[in-house]
Each structure stands twice: as structure tokens, then as C-alpha cells.
Design a binder for this molecule. Structure first.
Ligand SMILES: Cc1cc2nc3c(=O)[nH]c(=O)nc-3n(C[C@H](O)[C@H](O)[C@H](O)COP(=O)(O)OP(=O)(O)OC[C@H]3O[C@@H](n4cnc5c(N)ncnc54)[C@H](O)[C@@H]3O)c2cc1C
Length: 549
């Protein structure tokens, strides 16, 4: 490779989208130096697509010390996060899923998701607010170097590392970046995915959606009753979704094209927007951006080739029903980060990295199917909307009741996805010490917290008022519910192998209902690695298992 300058970095991340930035921050928090190459200019306005940061992602951001800053921005603090189904946005309300506004998110009770056992509830915030915070945090982190206008064109792997050819789009100069590991967080068209020979499998097109980001200062005043964050409009003319972006004047509208409408422009955009809103010719709005998209279900057949990995949209794409694409990518990043850091910090062999694909790919595949299943039901529901829904008589009332009931079930499934947040567990991993128990089943909405190895460590509030997650150590933590149980051999084994381990005596009301075993070994990504009532017969063997040796 002929290059005029060379940069050395432990990890090269391709792409500074939300997944790449999260991975960089997580790696940096574990002492790893990172370079991110991003082909867009710095401060390029992000797309307005993404509107939901899941509770689990917020837990990850809490660990990284960003959640409070993110929670402070987005919609106005008192703007309801409710999800409404209606005939049109300005028409008749059919059902409403009550979701607390940002300002009362941590204190509200009685809602369908307020009971979730988490220190960080879902945050409904648009990407235009969210991405700049991640970018600024990464840019301020001394261990992270961000190269903007830097296109990764190619890379080659050897036994010792990866050399990437990067084009400086300002000067045309070629830069060589030499790193130990390369992670493609480079989105749907991922160059890294193609380079490692991975192929997307699944359904390339479930639907086309005409999507428009608009400014409409008068819309809020036209909406009857209490406003909502999201509206699903159901009427025989045009079904669609509208979401509040800033809670004042900006909105995103999705017009779901029907079979036969095979081109994004096959339906008049302005007409569709007016039909979804229920607005006449006097209604004024301005188009900020067109962001048309395909609904798909695609999962890469592999997530890794030796020293190169893929995360986020580079590895999987699906319908935003449930608002979970980026969140799944953030979970990929949290999973991969500690394993890469463990190898670079010298306390795990490279074999630990085999766990990334074996843990994440089955979860991703299952999640992609759950989401596609609900998306198909939503599509069917839209297709079946009868003209009766707008009749001002008893037949209309009956239609609205029945469609509203079905809509509520679909809306709650998509917007209160407890299972997607907390339900999945890592089965078949080479670095988890299973004990023969099956993890509890989960669906898109339902989950059961559990200490079965592979599950997310169940959250509870400690007697001193702290979140359990704030009391965990930075890497492995041994949670002990009975302080009389000896742990010195396990602690000694971790020390012998150089594995950072914190012991935490659990002082929390009702801890035993969640933590039946005396000891639970928690990984750096807050998943359970092992549990038992006493130290295992061979603590060194256990430590070797969980560090991939
Ligand atoms: C309408 C819609 C709504 C959505 N809503 C949600 C939601 O509410 N919640 C949610 O979790 N998900 C949502 N998603 C999905 C979400 O938008 C994506 O999953 C998420 O943006 C993926 O992030 P990423 O970092 O993996 O990729 P991207 O955001 O695509 O970032 C990839 C980056 O890599 C850069 N890049 C690409 N190639 C190169 C290269 N060769 N060299 C250098 N840089 C490169 C790109 O410029 C880009 O900045 C939604 C999607 C759609 C379509």
C-alpha cells in the first residue's frame, strides 16, 4: 500500500454513526485507544430517522456516564410520550398507550412500562438531538481520534494486525491506519461486511415507505386533546405514522406504500401527508428532508473474519417497528467492546472473540423475526381498515372500538418492548458457565428477569438508594448475597489470571427473590457469566472459561 502517512491505533472503527460512537466510548472507558474513520464531515446534520433509545441502551449509556446528559434533551420535559391510534392525526382517537413524559419518566407509575426493573427507562429522543451528544463525548475523549472526511476504501489482515487504506476526502491523500482490530460500524451498505465475505440473508423488501421530515408550526394546535409523541393514522384513504421531533414544530411522517405502489414517488407525497394528518389545502408545512426507506429483514451470515468485525446496520437491518435497529447495534457494541478490550489489556486470549458472533448472531436473528412478525401484522391491520371507521353512527362506533382494540395491542407490543430490552440471553456461548437451567422465555413485550447464566443481570435498587448497576465494578463483579460465603479462592483465581474482579455484597430489600444463589458472577457487559451457592471446585477453571481460555 502506497500511503503518505500512517496512523497506529489499537482499534479502527469504520463509521461514526451511533453504533460506532458507542463502541468507541466503551472501548475508551476500558483504556483502549481508538480511531474512528467517518466519510461524512464533522457536524454533518444527522438523519431524523431514529426516535427511540431503548432502556437497555440507556443502561449502557449510564455506565458510560452519558445517560443524564441525553435524558436532559429531546422533547420538552412535559411533552407526553403517548402512542395514539386515530383515524387521522386531527381526527378521532381510537386508542392511546400512556407513556410518561421525559420529566416524569423515572417517577411515573401505573403505565404499561413504568414497572420495568431498570434505572434507565426508554428515552424518546430524535437522532438529531442524540447523535451530536455522542459525537461531542467521543471527540472530547483523549483515547478517541475521529477522522472526518475519511473514507475507508480497503483493508488487509495479517496474523499481527490490520492495515486499512483510508482516503482523506478533503485532500485526496491516502492514509494507512494500522490497528490490532477493525470494526465495521459502517451502516447498511457496509464495505467491511462485503470485505469479510459476509452476506445478508432474509427478506430484502417487506415494504416501501415514503418518509418526510417536515416543519409545521400550526399542527400542534390542530390536534384535539392531549398531544402524543406518535400517531398511527388508520383510514381508508391513507394510513401512516407521524412522530413529534421537537415537540413544537418538527415532525416525521411515514406513508406506508401499498402493494403495487412500487416506486417511492408513485403516491403524491403532499396528498398523502394531508390524508394522514387530516388536513385540508389551507394547512401549511415545509419539507425539511425526504428520508424514504425500505422495510427489510436482513441478517449477515457472519459477523467476523479473524480481526475484522461488523456491528449495527452493517450486520443487520429490519423494520423500525419497535424502534430497535440502532439499539440492537448498541447492544452489539457493548458485547464486542469488553472482549476486544480484554484481549488488548492482556487478560483474555484472542479466543474470547469467538463469543461475539456466537452470542449476538442468534439473538439478532430471533429479534429480527419477532419484529418482522409484528410488522406483518401491522401491515395487515392497515390493509383491512374499513370505511366504516369514520361513520358518525353506531356502525362507525363499533368499527372504531374493534379497530382501536386491535391497534392498542399492536401499538403496545411495538412501543413497550420489554422483551427486546431485557429478555434475550446468550445461549451456546463458549465463555459462559451454564448450569443446566433454561433461561426464561421472552417475547417482544414480555420478559422475566433471571440470573440464569447468559441473562442480563437483574436490576434492583440497593438499600443505600443506588442502582445495582452503579455499584458494579468496571469489569467482572462477583455479587454475593450472603456475606458469610467464602470467595477468596475465586478472587485469587481472578488475580492469578489478571482478570479484574470486584466483589459486591448485595444489600438490597427483597434481593433473594431475584438472587436465589449466594454468588453471581457478572461480566463487564452486565450479563451473568456464572452462578452458584458456593465457589466452584476449580475457580481457575471457571475464570479461564469466562475469559475465553
Ligand atoms: C424510519 C426509521 C426509523 C428508525 N427508528 C429507530 C429507532 O427509533 N430506534 C432504533 O434503535 N433504530 C431505529 N432505526 C434504525 C436506525 O436508524 C439504524 O439502525 C441506526 O442508525 C444504525 O446505526 P449504525 O451506526 O449502525 O449505522 P449508520 O447510522 O448508518 O452509520 C454508519 C456510518 O458509517 C459511515 N460510513 C459508511 N461507510 C464508510 C466508509 N467506507 N468509511 C468511513 N465511513 C463510512 C456513514 O457515513 C455513517 O455515518 C430506524 C430506521 C428507520 C429507517
Amino acid at each position: 500500500m502506497n500511503s503518505s502517512s500512517t496512523i497506529k491505533s489499537s482499534v479502527l472503527i469504520v463509521g461514526a454513526g451511533p453504533v460506532g460512537l458507542t463502541l468507541a466510548l466503551d472501548l475508551a472507558s476500558r483504556g483502549i485507544d481508538v480511531t474512528i474513520a467517518e466519510c461524512r464531515p464533522a457536524h454533518d446534520p444527522p438523519s431524523a430517522r431514529c426516535n427511540q433509545v431503548s432502556a437497555r441502551s440507556m443502561e449502557i449509556f449510564r455506565r458510560l456516564g452519558i445517560s443524564a446528559e441525553l435524558r436532559a434533551i429531546g422533547l420538552p420535559a412535559d411533552f407526553p410520550n403517548d402512542v395514539v391510534s386515530c383515524t387521522t392525526v386531527t381526527g378521532i382517537e381510537l386508542s392511546r398507550v400512556p407513556i410518561p413524559a421525559r420529566g416524569e419518566r423515572s417517577t411515573a407509575t401505573g403505565g404499561p412500562d413504568t414497572w420495568w426493573p431498570t434505572p434507565e427507562h426508554t428515552h424518546r429522543i430524535n437522532q438529531t438531538f442524540f447523535d451530536p451528544v455522542l459525537f461531542a463525548r467521543a471527540a472530547a475523549e483523549p483515547r478517541v481520534r475521529i477522522l472526518n472526511q475519511a473514507m475507508v476504501e480497503d483493508f488487509a489482515q495479517s496474523d499481527d494486525g490490520v492495515a486499512a487504506a483510508v482516503r482523506d476526502l478533503d485532500t485526496g491523500e491516502e492514509i494507512s491506519i494500522e490497528c490490532a482490530y477493525l470494526v465495521g460500524c459502517d451502516g447498511a451498505r457496509s464495505m467491511v461486511r462485503k470485505s469479510i465475505g459476509a452476506r445478508f440473508e432474509g427478506t430484502p423488501e417487506l415494504q416501501r415507505v415514503q418518509s418526510t421530515h417536515i416543519r409545521a408550526p400550526s399542527l400542534l394546535s390542530l390536534i384535539p386533546g392531549r398531544p402524543a409523541w406518535m400517531y398511527f393514522a388508520l383510514n381508508p384513504r391513507r394510513c401512516g405514522v407521524i412522530m413529534a421531533i421537537d415537540g413544537r414544530e418538527t415532525w416525521t411522517i411515514h406513508n406506508y406504500l401499498y402493494r403495487g405502489e412500487s416506486d417511492f414517488d408513485s403516491v403524491d407525497r403532499d396528498w398523502a401527508i394531508r390524508m394522514i394528518i387530516g388536513a385540508g389545502p389551507d394547512f401549511q408545512y415545509q419539507v425539511i428532508a425526504r428520508e424514504d426507506w425500505f422495510a427489510r429483514r436482513l441478517v449477515a451470515d457472519r459477523f467476523r473474519d479473524r480481526r475484522a468485525f461488523i456491528c449495527g446496520d452493517a450486520a443487520h437491518l429490519w423494520v423500525p417497528s419497535g424502534g430497535y435497529g440502532m439499539n440492537a447495534g448498541i447492544a452489539d457494541a457493548a458485547n464486542l467492546s469488553w472482549m476486544i478490550a480484554a484481549t488488548l489489556n492482556g487478560w483474555a486470549p484472542p479466543a474470547i472473540l469467538d463469543a461475539y458472533e456466537s452470542e449476538r448472531r442468534p439473538v439478532i436473528d430471533r429479534v429480527s423475526r419477532l419484529i418482522a412478525e409484528v410488522a406483518e401484522k401491522v401491515m395487515l391491520h392497515r390493509r383491512e381498515v374499513t370505511a366504516d371507521i369514520e361513520r358518525p353512527d353506531a356502525a362507525g362506533e363499533a368499527a372504531r372500538l374493534s379497530i382501536g382494540r386491535a391497534a392498542y395491542e399492536l401499538d403496545i407490543k411495538q412501543q413497550c418492548c420489554g422483551g427486546l430490552n431485557f429478555g434475550y440471553s446468550y445461549a451456546g456461548s463458549p465463555i459462559i458457565a451454564y448450569d443446566g437451567s433454561s433461561p426464561p422465555p421472552y417475547s417482544m413485550r414480555d420478559f422475566t428477569p433471571s440470573t440464569v447464566p447468559g441473562c442480563r443481570t437483574p436490576h434492583l435498587w440497593l438499600a443505600d438508594g443506588r442502582s445495582l448497576y452503579d455499584a458494579l465494578g468496571p469489569e467482572f463483579t462477583l455479587i454475593r448475597t450472603d456475606p458469610g460465603v467464602p470467595v477468596s479462592r475465586l478472587v485469587g483465581a481472578a488475580s492469578e489470571r489478571g482478570v479484574p474482579l470486584t466483589v459486591l455484597d448485595l444489600d438490597a430489600p427483597d434481593a433473594r427473590s431475584l438472587y436465589a444463589e449466594n454468588l453471581v458472577l457478572v461480566r463487564p457487559d452486565q450479563h451473568v457469566a456464572w452462578r452458584g451457592d458456593q465457589e466452584p471446585p476449580s475457580p481457575v477453571k471457571l475464570i479461564d472459561t469466562v475469559r475465553g481460555s
